[in-house]
Structure formats: structure tokens, C-alpha cells
Design a binder for this molecule. Structure first.
Ligand code: FMN
Length: 290
């Protein structure tokens, strides 16, 4: 579903209808929401963030609590602030609309069940852990029992979905990816996104680092999973996500096997024009090789 495509990564610029519409009008090939939960999560804080964006000029900065950008790297602790599934479930766009979900397995299942009959939702990206949020599902991904719990929940949906891989200890997801891949006749496991932000404790504030800092980790992760998927004969796309701001990054990731590309920090810093910029750069690069 995301093969050969360039799109946004789940981030603060995909949390509100306002920003999702901007993505709809951009050259992004699809739209992925910020990770959402069944119930709203701190919507007031998200509102503050949105108001700031609307009133500030192009030198805007999110309040430090949420987002900071230093020399190519972003630090954020946006956590799972979002307006809740009901806000996102009916939105319609004229490109594939993918809802990123991060919640308990019970709530993920409720969301997937509700989404089954909704034609406006094209797929899901499942984010089993958010690096800047304490506590998660307490899933042990080495334990097959836990993996089957996840599988049971995901099999509720017949829509395509991807799994977001953490940038630390990404090998932990190996068993899950293999098991989901092997039962692909029954579910539509279509892609993995490498990677989420890198966890960092910034003077007691839990942050996730995105941007250029991630590139080495992301390449390592892509190589690892491409090899594994190949060995297992599984047709799952590997999507590069980490520090993409220009065609050079796309080319570097394609050389290690990436099938598609996503960006968050680049989108936040440069705005939605980043998609057309990169696509133009890629065309120029391709023509220069002809
Ligand atoms: C402000 C901000 C908020 C983010 N929120 C989410 C999120 O809700 N869910 C998620 O899976 N990833 C989230 N991410 C991580 C990005 O999707 C991406 O994995 C990571 O930032 C690496 O890409 P980048 O280097 O292009 O930023 C967020 C990143 C940023 C910068």
C-alpha cells in the first residue's frame, strides 16, 4: 500500500483536521494521523499547540514542552495527545487515509471493529509503544502468548495495516513480524515503518528524538528486516522513516532496501512543500543518470 510512495509520518502535523487537510492538498501520497487513542488524550494541551501554530508566524516554535529542533534533530514529548477516535473516524480525503493507533489491545480492537464498515479509512499503522509515554501494553514480544493476543486483535480488521518499529532494540519485533507475516492469508499485514523516535530523558522530561540522529539506526533496522523478510519469503514493505529532508536521504534509504518513505521532522520544519521539493529533486537525479 505504501510501496514506492512518499508520505507523512505520524506526528503533530497530522493531529488536527486543519493539518490533515493541508496534507490532503500536498504532494504527500497518503495521510497518516498522529497516533490516536479510543478516548481523547489531553485534547486541551493539543488545542494550545494548535492555537500557537495558528497565531505564530513562520518562526513559530512549539512550546519547549512539546517540541524543539536543534541542528537537524527534533526532540518531542507530544506523547499521545489527540482528540480521540471519534474525531478522526469520519474524516474523508482524496488520498489514502491511514489511522495510526496507540492504545491498549482492548481499545485497538474496538477501533478496528468500528472501522471495518467505514470506507473513508484505508488502513492503520499500529504503534505498540510510544517512546515518550510511560507504560504501555506490557507486552512481551518474545512471548508467543502475547504475540497471539496481538494477532487476535489485528485479525478483527480486513483493512491493510503496518507496524511501527521502535528505533531501539528493534530486534524485539522479529517474532511478531514473522508470525504476522506467516498468517497473511487472513490479515492484511502490509508494511513495517522503521522507525519511531529514540527515547531520551531530557532533564526529567521524556522525549523522543527524531531527525538526522536516527539515520544510522534506521538503516540498520531496514537492513535487518529486509534480510529477515527475504529469508522468510514474506512480501511486506519496509518503510524508511528518520531524518528524511531531501532526495539524498531517499536514495540512501533505497540503497539499503527501503520500499517507501515517511517524514515527520522534515514536514514540521519545512512544511508540506517538502513533498514536492523531494519529488522534484528525485526527478532531477533520475534525469541526470539517463
Ligand atoms: C512532534 C512529533 C510527534 C510524533 N508523534 C508520533 C505519534 O503520535 N505516533 C508515531 O508513531 N510516531 C510519532 N512521531 C515519530 C515520527 O512518526 C517518526 O517516526 C520519527 O520522528 C522519525 O522520523 P523523522 O526523523 O522524519 O522525524 C512523532 C514525531 C514528532 C517529531
Amino acid at each position: 500500500m505504501l510501496r514506492d510512495k512518499i508520505g507523512n509520518a505520524s506526528c503533530i502535523k497530522s493531529a488536527t483536521y486543519y493539518d490533515l487537510k493541508i496534507l490532503n492538498n500536498s504532494k504527500s501520497n497518503y495521510i497518516i494521523t498522529k497516533s490516536i487513542t479510543l478516548e481523547p488524550n489531553n485534547p486541551e494541551e493539543l488545542n494550545k499547540l494548535v492555537d500557537n501554530r495558528v497565531v505564530l508566524d513562520k518562526n513559530e516554535r512549539y512550546p519547549k514542552l512539546f517540541y524543539e529542533y536543534i541542528k537537524g534533530d527534533s526532540f518531542n514529548n507530544c506523547g499521545l495527545r489527540n482528540y480521540g477516535y471519534n474525531y478522526y473516524k469520519d474524516l474523508k480525503f482524496n488520498k489514502p487515509y491511514i489511522i495510526s493507533i496507540s492504545d491498549t489491545l482492548e481499545n485497538i480492537e474496538k477501533i478496528l471493529r468500528d472501522g471495518e464498515d467505514r470506507d473513508n479509512i484505508d488502513g492503520y499503522e499500529i504503534n505498540l509503544e510510544c517512546p515518550n509515554v510511560e507504560g504501555d501494553n506490557n507486552l512481551d514480544l518474545n512471548d508467543e502468548k502475547d504475540i497471539y493476543k496481538i494477532l487476535k486483535v489485528l485479525s478483527v480488521s480486513q483493512k491493510p495495516f503496518g507496524i511501527k518499529i521502535p528505533s531501539y532494540e528493534f530486534i524485539r519485533y522479529r517474532k511478531l513480524i514473522i508470525i504476522l507475516g506467516r498468517v497473511n492469508k487472513f490479515i492484511k499485514f502490509s508494511w513495517i515503518t522503521c522507525c519511531n523516535t529514540y527515547p531520551y530523558n531530557n532533564n526529567g522530561i521524556r522525549c523522543g528524538i527524531g531527525g538526522k540522529f536516527l539515520k544510522v539506526k534506521v538503516k540498520e533496522c531496514i537492513r535487518y528486516y529486509k534480510y529477515l523478510l527475504n529469508e522468510e519469503n514474506l512480501d511486506i514493505d519496509v518503510i524508511a522513516c528518520g531524518g528524511i529532508t531531501e532526495a539524498r536521504d531517499v536514495i540512501e534509504y533505497s540503497k539499503v532496501g527501503a520500499d517507501g518513505y515517511q517524514m515527520a521532522t522534515g514536514l514540521i520544519e519545512e512544511g508540506p512543500e517538502i513533498f514536492s521539493k523531494i519529488k522534484k529533486e528525485l526527478k532531477t537525479f533520475i534525469y541526470s543518470k539517463l
